[in-house]
Design a protein around this ligand. Structure first.
Ligand code: GLY
Ligand code: MN
Length: 306
């Protein structure tokens, strides 16, 4: 059964495309109606309405929040402030087939310089990771590559200190990117997660015990017909950054520069997530119609706001 569900036939991919079409409309509407003063509830309701109006329903508990640093946040009561970023992780499900997309946009329609700097890093990591979704590529290597791109950017910004390769080996990136780069997508959003790692991990592979890498949900070699998500992010999570156990060693040896990080307080959490079909040729980004380049996102925000 796992073998059957890992790779999708053309009919299944069509179902996912239908879910993606509704998700695309939802994200566009979410961006369009965003303006300071609304509640997260308002944006969530408008986005989920687009799914429902297209015969879909939410594939999972939507995340629509100005507190993107709270992973899997299902609170929606905050009011959108003018300097906030809004993180929306919301996907439709069509006849059981899921989609799963995250975009992060500025409430006011313009990223601040600090938000832009970190968004650019996440976007670079996301695009490079998407391009690696090819047959025979080990998914963990995509995770590690995304981690390296994020780490290079964080070093350039002075937030981490050291040689990026060495930092990734030690897991320093997980201070700001504490989850895996994605998962399999299909009849469920984290498809077959309820079967444990026998679905997500190839035989003979086990989860790392390193903080961050240990949360990677998928470690298989990719095959045509697989649909995976690619979803790197950068988060300022107080519970991690103030943890003696997790951050302590990186503070003690000067790897983590908290003074530099303090400049980015208006970021909180950025994630960019696409659904990517592995093919015999180039990867197909099924969710490519949802704006993610900075100029496209800025142009899409607030267009419906009066
Ligand atoms: N869309 C939520 C997640 O992938 O965890
Ligand atoms: Mn996901």
């Amino acid at each position: 059964m796992i073998g059957l569900r890992l790779r999708h036939d053309p009919g299944a991919v069509e179902m996912i495309r239908s879910a993606v079409a509704a998700t695309t409309a939802a994200h566009r509407v979410g961006m369009a109606i965003t303006k300071p003063g609304l509640l997260e509830h308002d944006i969530r309701a408008a986005m989920e309405r687009e799914l429902l109006a297209r015969g879909c329903e939410p594939a999972y508990g939507s995340i629509v929040t100005v507190h993107g640093e709270v992973l899997h946040n299902t609170d929606y009561h905050h009011r959108l402030g003018p300097s906030d970023l809004l993180l929306a992780d919301l996907g439709g499900e069509h006849r059981g087939w899921a989609s799963d997309v995250t975009r992060t946009w500025p409430v006011q329609g313009r990223f601040s310089a600090t938000q832009r700097a970190l968004y650019d890093i996440v976007l670079q990591a996301e695009k490079e990771a998407c391009a690696k979704v090819k047959p025979g590529v080990r998914y963990r290597d995509i995770h590690l590559h995304a981690s390296l791109v994020l780490t290079r950017g964080l070093v350039d910004e002075g937030i981490l200190r050291g040689d990026p390769e060495g930092l990734v080996e030690r897991g320093a990136h997980a201070l700001l990117f504490p989850h895996g780069v994605g998962h399999i997508l299909g009849l469920d959003v984290h498809d077959m997660e309820d079967l444990g790692d026998r679905a997500g991990y190839a035989q003979g592979r086990t989860r790392s015990d390193q903080f961050g890498l240990g949360f990677l949900r998928l470690d298989r070699d990719l095959e045509p017909g697989m649909v995976v998500t690619i979803e790197p992010g950068i988060y300022l999570v107080p519970a991690i950054l103030e943890s003696e156990r997790i951050a302590g060693p990186f503070l003690a040896d000067g790897t983590l520069n908290k003074e530099a990080l303090a400049r980015f307080a208006d970021v909180r959490g950025i994630r960019i997530e696409d659904d990517v079909l592995c093919t015999d040729a180039e990867p197909e980004i099924l969710t490519a119609a949802i704006p993610k380049e900075i100029a496209d996102v800025e142009a899409a925000v607030g267009t419906a706001a009066s």
